[in-house]
Design a binder for this molecule. Structure first.
Ligand code: NAD
Length: 484
């Protein structure tokens, strides 16, 4: 970034609001380690204003009571305005969190626009009411889908734009209003979102953005004016949010951490598998929740795979995330880099064998970089195989037979993603059916806007995306009629 971006206002009630306090939060570039911008730190008074604005917008007839087509038109206008700003948003994300720019152009620039259009279409094609023949007594029941209300959307720093949109797009399509709280590391791009909302003439209060860290998040989650919480982030924070929402009987969606497995079968093509694993296990420098970071290989092929995975990881270009050929950028922050390095150290101290990487790259003095690192012959009980690292660190684990591979894959606190690599797709689908997870890929892992995404076990509760994602922002009302 050539110049700093310093924001002085908050986006609340459709306009730029002077913050309640003069306190600011600084954004640090993970590449240069220099400050690149700042924004105001919201206070609880700002959060109150945002929630009030979202509640008022819900009551006004210009949002929740629009017809699905009218609302879809507004969402499409928003998508068009966001599309004009897609490059700005993608580069802003890359400058904040180090995401390789080609990935940011798709995930943070184009994908949020696609999601808005997907949900605009779905809102239009999902009738808000249906009539059913009553039973056992004669009559008719009207089943209505109504917006759940004001949504608190809390996003992490790893894919800030698209993960916010996993929540905003279905919420708006359902007729809800939103208070978004991005991560402090990646808040600058939400100003681009706000500019697009203004340019699209979205009704005031339909989207509001509050800033700050966990404390402001906690205040928002427990706010009496919130009707649903949609959270993506760590399992530790998700557990806390789940407890609060449980106590309040408040609907909540939790998209949490993962430690997914890649099951490499004995019939897989080594080269194709290892090429696929680069994306399935190291996308966004490993800072992606559904990565297949435990690579399970047949013991009889283990030397071949360890060598091939080591060569793949060692060959990845590490460096400036604005360079289109970079595959591994810096970690988002010094804290995250230190966390990754300390888990590598723990893996080493538990007797793990590192075949490539294992520290900071010697040729990059500045920036929060970690070398792509491969642990060979890992025991699935060791820390490096159990804890989510959230960095470019892979564990290769040998198995004896498919049942052993499945037992290892399922021997995890988490269940978010996972992959199988095989030359026989049917065999792969059979494996997919037996893995305890919310999503799984056969020779690939690609999210699908039209199909649900989420986790089982400690990876979360509820689903985003697809019609199921829309349904989670609606509540159902049954109206019983005497007439048949
Ligand atoms: P984090 O839990 O520290 O923070 C996520 C967001 O929640 C931030 O905006 C933070 O300010 C806020 N927050 C933290 N504690 C809170 C609390 N008690 N109440 C309310 N808000 C709170 O997570 P992170 O470090 O930003 O993100 C990385 C984590 O996110 C990883 O564990 C990763 O696996 C997970 N993740 C999951 C998915 C998924 O879809 N399952 C996707 C991306 C990331």
């Amino acid at each position: 970034m050539t110049s700093r971006t310093d924001h002085t206002a908050l986006f609340i009630d459709g306009a730029w609001r002077t913050p309640d306090s003069s306190e600011t939060i600084q954004v640090v570039s993970p590449l240069t380690e220099q400050e690149i911008g700042s924004f105001p730190a919201s206070t609880t008074t700002d959060v109150d204003a945002a929630v009030t604005s979202a509640r008022n917008a819900l009551r006004r007839s210009d949002w929740a009571e629009l017809s699905p087509t009218e609302r879809a038109d507004a969402i499409r206008r928003f998508a068009d305005e966001l599309e004009k700003r897609a490059e700005d948003r993608a580069t802003t994300v890359t400058h904040q969190n180090g995401m390789p720019i080609e990935l940011a152009r798709f995930a943070e620039g184009a994908a949020p626009v696609q999601l808005l259009r997907y949900y605009a279409n779905l809102a239009e094609s999902t009738p808000p009411e249906e009539r059913r023949v009553s039973q056992p007594m004669p009559g008719t029941t009207i089943v209505r889908r109504e917006p759940i209300g004001v949504v608190a959307a809390i996003a992490p720093w790893n894919f800030p734009a698209v993960l916010s949109m996993f929540k905003i797009a279905p919420a708006l399509a359902a007729g809800c209003t939103v208070v978004l709280k991005p991560s402090p590391e990646t808040t600058l791009d939400s100003y681009v979102l706000a500019e697009a909302a203004i340019a699209a003439d979205l009704p005031a209060g339909v989207i509001n953005v509050v800033t700050g860290g966990p404390e402001i998040g906690r205040y928002l989650v427990a706010h009496p004016g919130i009707d649903k919480v949609a959270f993506t982030g760590s399992t530790a924070a998700g557990r806390h949010i789940g407890e609060v929402c449980g106590g309040m009987l408040r609907p909540v969606t939790l998209e949490l951490g993962g430690k997914s497995a890649a099951l490499v079968l004995d019939d897989a093509d080594v080269e194709q598998t290892v090429t696929g694993l680069a994306t399935a296990s190291l996308l966004n420098s490993g800072q992606t929740c559904y990565m297949s970071t435990r690579i399970l290989v047949p013991r009889s092929h283990s030397r071949t795979y360890i060598d091939a995975i080591t060569a793949m990881a060692a060959g990845l270009q590490v460096g400036d995330p604005m360079d289109p050929s970079t595959f591994v950028g810096p970690m988002v922050s010094a804290r995250q880099r230190d966390r990754v390095l300390s888990l590598i150290e723990q893996g080493r101290s538990e007797g793990g064998t590192i075949t490539t990487g294992g520290g900071r790259p010697t040729d990059l003095d500045t920036g929060f970089f970690v070398e792509p690192t491969v642990f060979a012959d890992v025991n699935n009980a060791s820390t490096i195989a159990r804890q989510e690292v959230f960095g470019p660190v892979l564990s290769v684990i040998s198995y004896d037979g498919v049942d052993d591979a499945l037992a290892l894959a399922n021997d995890s606190e988490y269940g978010l993603g996972g992959t199988v690599w095989t030359s026989d797709e049917e065999r792969g689908i059979e494996i997919a059916r037996r893995v305890e997870t919310g999503s799984f890929g056969v020779n690939t892992f690609n999210l699908d806007w039209g199909s649900p995404f989420g986790g089982v076990k400690a990876s979360g509760v509820g689903r985003e995306l697809g019609p199921e994602g829309l349904a989670s922002y609606q509540q159902l009302k049954s109206i019983f009629l005497a007439s048949s």
